[in-house]
Write a protein that binds this ligand. Structure first.
Ligand SMILES: Nc1ncnc2c1ncn2[C@@H]1O[C@H](COP(=O)(O)OP(=O)(O)OP(=O)(O)O)[C@@H](O)[C@H]1O
Ligand SMILES: [Mg+2]
Length: 299
């Protein structure tokens, strides 16, 4: 069966003074149409490298990427990108920032239609009242809402997000996760999101892809997330498997991200346990205890 997105043997090396450094080697991943996939791994393992290759912003050293049956070459409006900070043009309003891309992508539409698109997405992300303000007059969370509206307004085939909520406080982060999930569901869009937040990945994803440590990082494991959609945070947090899966992700990051590469984990754990998910009914370990902040915010 062919997949909507196919990353095949994706490999990236960067030149260094000591010769070429292979950051990612033979990274393989298939994504279904409309699927939400998160990519998680230690800082510096190569997550942004993978995402930027998919965005067409970083040439591949080897391997290939197919999106909707076509081999990708370079960037294009078929992929919407959301970074940690949205890089808005400071002299334009939120509305004009979104309209800028819409004008380019939908140049055959009427001026009125293009303005409607920008206005619609800015309203959906909650900026109905403030879309005519400039970035300096918006909070960081509001600016990131503009970034999300801008990405969706171009109706891309795929959404690429690199720690989109990494700079936000937890309350704003939670709000924007819900905005993202709502827009993603309405648009049936295929998404790949880099995050280092296991709870964010568990809340948003259909699957979580765990990368080994670098150099020469690859896909270590993939976790299927069973919660039904539409999701709400409290139901997800109260799901009987939540802490088992959370513990599994943390176990990967603490142990198997190293051992799969033949490295010794820093905490001295041998990591020779099973690579498959923990047995059903396993008691949650203390390290996976509920973060009280999470539960308070979900209340
Ligand atoms: N242009 C570049 N030239 C040389 N090395 C690079 C370049 N870009 C990234 N690297 C190196 O590649 C490795 C992976 O970087 P990358 O930004 O993909 O990691 P990451 O997993 O996204 O990390 P983080 O979670 O901190 O964002 C790092 O060691 C980084 O120093
Ligand atoms: Mg990164």
């Amino acid at each position: 069966m062919s997949h909507y997105v196919e990353l095949s043997n994706l490999t990236k090396s960067y030149p260094t003074p000591k010769g070429s450094a292979v950051i990612v080697r033979d990274f393989n991943l298939n994504i279904r149409k409309g699927e939400f996939v998160s990519l998680i791994g230690h800082s510096g393992c190569g997550k942004s490298t993978v995402l930027s290759m998919l965005a067409g912003l970083n040439p591949l050293t080897a391997g290939g990427i197919i999106l909707a049956g076509k081999e990708l070459v370079g960037p294009g409006p078929d992929r919407g990108v959301v970074f940690q900070s949205p890089n808005l043009l400071p002299w334009l309003t939120a509305f004009e920032n979104v309209l800028l891309g819409v004008d380019q992508v939908f140049h055959t539409a009427s001026r009125e239609e293009r303005r409607d698109i920008a206005e619609y997405y800015l309203t959906v992300v909650g900026l109905g009242e403030s879309m005519h303000r400039r970035p300096a007059e918006l909070s960081q969370g509001m600016r990131q809402r503009v970034g999300i509206a801008r990405a969706f307004a171009l109706s891309p085939k795929m959404l690429l997000l690199d720690e989109p909520f990494g700079m936000l406080d937890s309350l704003t982060r939670f709000e924007l996760q819900a905005v993202l999930m709502d827009l993603w569901a309405r648009n049936n869009i295929t998404a790949l999101m880099v995050t280092n937040d296991v709870d964010e990945a568990l809340y948003l994803s259909d699957r979580i892809v765990m990368m080994t440590n670098g150099p020469e990082a690859f896909v270590g494991e993939i976790l299927e997330i069973p919660w039904e959609r539409p999701r709400d945070r409290r139901t997800v947090l109260e799901h009987p498997d939540y802490y088992r899966l959370r513990e599994h992700l943390i176990g990967f990051l603490n142990v198997r991200a190293y051992t799969l590469k033949g490295l010794t984990p820093p905490h001295g754990d041998s990591g020779h346990g099973p690579a498959d998910p923990a047995p059903k009914g396993a008691a949650p370990s203390p390290s996976a205890a509920a973060p009280s902040q999470l539960e308070a915010l979900a209340a």
